[in-house]
Design a protein around this ligand. Structure first.
Ligand code: ADP
Ligand code: ZN
Ligand code: ZN
Length: 719
């Protein structure tokens, strides 16, 4: 009787494919990577179930070519997590499974991976070997001091002793060497503050089981320190910790900080900034590591002894992937924690309203840290500059300039926050009102003066700055509005003595963060100018002024999450000011000083604003009180995109609990020459919405004529 394997392949089809397993291949374990013929090509897929018959007629059934046993099979918990995602996000299982692998392993070319380090295990640390096993004892002693490289062991002919130690469970082969050049584990661990201690007293006893814990702690309250102590406890129980951090990341800094705290432990990192080879190595190393630190993709990393998941800055939008499988790593982390019986700790100074609502209704455990950990560090005073009464020159008001001058005179540092990179948001012709449109998008081309180009921040289109207006030939074109480059120029003109540095996506290269951190710490910078990149992570003790320019666009935006995001951003930026023993000050220029957001911000009252926003959301039946799914369509013409959505709406299953809204052009109606439209589906009940989409999605495949692209976005963040 033939053995049939079901294989998941990276295709848009929501199904598995049957293949015959030739006898010469023996058995195949679920999760193994296999090479199979598909159409006229060969593809790498994941073997799932095995059975004795198939609905495919025997002579059309093709053979598995080989099992790729040069790389590990996906573990049962990853298969289970991928199934959850396929179900919840209505996305093909095969595409998800292959996307969890680093690109190199999706390729069938032979792969040589080895585990080059012999390291001591938890059991080996305290084991007492019999006296006659002299060579083994000596090797174990050596391992307690440092890991040993396999080639060195081979050279010294100690392979046999190594094997004896691994057989006894006292040592193991590892792809990651532990970090060994640090200080002893507790040397730089400060005594816990009373709030941290109270949090630990609650959290430590429940570490062995699933639960979602939201740590709401003001910036500088010592959330990171709290994670470190929880991780410490998890490592002591010989389990692993997965720490998810935002994409923008300060991975190197955090990694350093973690490594220093846990010398002798094995670390791995995973993020998109890694070279492909490093990403592959680290992914392979993940099952052996003690702590895995990474961005959203690491939520799918293979971890065999998972004991804790931490999601730092859980509100951060970068946890949501915006194409392909549009997953939220935070939500997938919670699903993983639940499946594996492992606690999930979410931390933020400004939790997402989704998480905060769950904490208020008791589904998540709320832990609050209200004080800054360093007792002298006070929360900064926040003042507003009313742009309706005080004019701005080149984007800067007189009080703002005065504050910068005073700070400079005191020898302290300032940061100036403007969330728009480039020189100016557009180039403008005063005679015919031409405003540098992108030829491919419904957006303006941004003026970048340093590179002398106009660039589209949506599709990547760029062109030289025209010498004259393409509309009327006028040679006198003007920069319209302010970007960070122009701001830097203005500041340099107003404060010639100040040393100014700009940070935004245009200036940031790998390593640039570390270098910038050193420059600021070393007092080589007086004023930091930048976009939201400024808001994260860095702790600059001498930074006492934060100046915030032009955020008014978000106050009255049609995006219902705009104020939530702005509040979080402003809290973060404000958190940068006055972190050590010097009082900080925040100055915000706005034409709407009466907006409630500022009232709460001035009181540092996240909880108050969150409750107000939640009341509003409840009344308007918006998330988190309802669940949404967005059907996105992209086509050559808006008519075609809308026609697709009208057809989709007509095919919607009848459901009393689900509302289907009208098809509309997307807020950014055209990107890269494609017209975009969307259809919103909403329900107060997640189950009903899920059932609805499950019935609906197969219908969408049948719609004719086909359009360029469509996709379902479950729990959309951006519209
Ligand atoms: P958060 O992540 O909440 O912004 P951090 O964990 O970065 O806060 O801590 C802010 C600052 O307070 C850091 O400089 C940190 O070293 C310090 N800190 C944290 N916990 C303590 C503590 N228990 N005692 C003294 N300093 C602490
Ligand atoms: Zn013109
Ligand atoms: Zn464009």
């Amino acid at each position: 009787m033939p053995s049939i394997v079901q294989v998941a392949l990276d295709t848009p089809l929501h199904r598995l494919f049957d293949y015959r397993l030739p006898e010469r291949l023996g058995g195949v374990q679920a999760g193994s990577l296999v090479e199979v013929p598909f159409g006229r090509t060969l593809q790498v897929g994941i073997a799932l179930g095995q059975q004795t018959d198939s609905t495919v007629v025997a002579d059309r059934l093709r053979d598995v070519i080989r099992v790729l046993d040069d790389r590990p099979a996906l573990s049962p918990d990853i298969l289970r997590l991928a199934r959850f995602c396929a179900d919840y996000y209505h996305y093909p299982l095969g595409a998800i499974l292959l996307a969890t692998l680093p690109p190199r392993l999706r390729n069938a070319a032979p792969f040589v991976a080895d585990a080059p380090w012999l390291v001591v295990t938890e059991a080996g640390r305290s084991a007492v070997l019999p006296a006659r096993a002299k060579a083994q004892r000596a090797l174990l002693d050596a391992l307690r001091v440092a890991p040993q490289a396999s080639d060195a062991l081979r050279e010294r002919k100690q392979g046999r002793h190594a094997a004896a130690l691994t057989a006894g469970g006292w040592a193991e082969w590892s792809r990651v060497p532990p970090h060994t050049d640090g200080a002893p584990p507790t040397s730089d661990a400060p005594a816990a503050t009373s709030e941290q201690q109270a949090a630990l007293d609650r959290l430590l006893p429940v570490l062995g089981q699933f639960g979602v814990h939201l740590i709401h702690g003001v910036t500088g309250s010592g959330k990171t320190e709290l994670y470190l102590r929880l991780i410490d406890a998890v490592l002591a129980a010989n389990r692993q910790a997965l720490v998810l951090i935002p994409e923008i990341a300060l991975t190197p800094q955090l990694e350093q900080h973690f490594r220093r705290r846990f010398p002798g432990r094995r670390f791995a990192t995973l993020h998109s900034g890694l070279a492909e080879s490093a990403r592959t190595e680290n992914w392979l190393a993940a099952p052996d590591c003690d702590v895995l630190l990474g961005t959203r993709l690491s939520v799918f990393a293979p971890l065999s002894r998972l004991g804790l998941i931490v999601v730092d800055e859980e509100h951060d939008a970068s946890f949501k992937q915006q194409d392909g499988l549009r997953y939220s790593a935070r939500d997938v982390a919670i699903a993983r924690g639940k499946q594996s019986g492992v606690p999930v700790v979410l931390g933020s100074a400004t939790p997402s309203l989704e998480s905060y609502a769950q904490a208020l209704n008791g589904r998540y455990q709320l832990t609050e840290l209200k004080q800054r950990a360093v007792s002298r560090a006070q929360l900064p005073e926040i003042a507003l500059v009313d742009l309706k009464h005080i004019p701005a020159d080149n984007g800067l008001t007189r009080p703002a300039l005065a504050a910068l001058t005073e700070t400079l005179a005191r020898g302290e540092q300032s940061l100036v926050f403007l969330n728009r990179r480039g020189y100016a948001p557009a180039l403008y012709c005063p005679s015919c009102a031409w405003v540098s449109p992108c030829p491919r998008c419904s957006a303006r081309l941004v003026l970048h003066r340093t590179s002398q180009r106009l660039k589209c921040h949506h599709c990547g289109f760029e062109t030289r700055i025209p010498a004259e207006c393409p509309g009327c030939g006028n040679p006198d074109l003007k920069a319209l509005g302010q970007g960070t480059q122009r701001l830097e120029e203005t500041l340099a003109a107003c404060l010639p003595a100040a040393r100014i540095r700009r940070i935004d996506r245009d200036t940031m290269r790998p390593r640039a963060w570390a270098e910038l951190g050193e420059a600021v710490h070393g007092g080589e910078v007086d004023i930091l100018v930048g976009t939201q990149m400024l808001a994260k992570g860095h702790d600059f003790p001498n930074m006492t002024l934060a100046l915030i320019l032009d955020t008014d666009g978000a106050l009255y935006s049609p995006d219902f999450r705009a104020t939530e995001r702005l509040f979080a951003q402003l809290m973060q930026v404000a958190g940068r000011a006055g972190r050590a023993d010097k009082p900080g000050r925040v100055l915000i220029q706005t034409a709407f000083p009466d907006h409630p957001l500022f009232r709460y911000l001035q009181r540092h009252d996240y909880a108050g604003y969150a409750r107000e926003l939640l009341a509003e959301r409840r009344q308007l039946e918006l998330p988190p009180f309802t669940r949404q799914v967005l059907l996105r369509a992209e086509a050559a013409t808006m008519d075609a995109a809308l026609a697709f959505l009208h057809r989709a709406a007509a095919l919607a299953p009848a459901s009393a609990e689900v509302s289907v809204f009208g098809a509309t052009p997307a807020p950014m109606a055209r990107v890269a020459d494609l017209e975009r439209a969307q259809l919103l589906i909403q329900s107060a009940q997640r189950q009903a919405l899920q059932a609805f989409v499950r019935d609906w999605r197969p219908q969408l495949d049948t719609i004719k004529p086909r359009i360029a692209r469509w996709s379902l976005d479950v729990d959309p963040l951006v519209f």
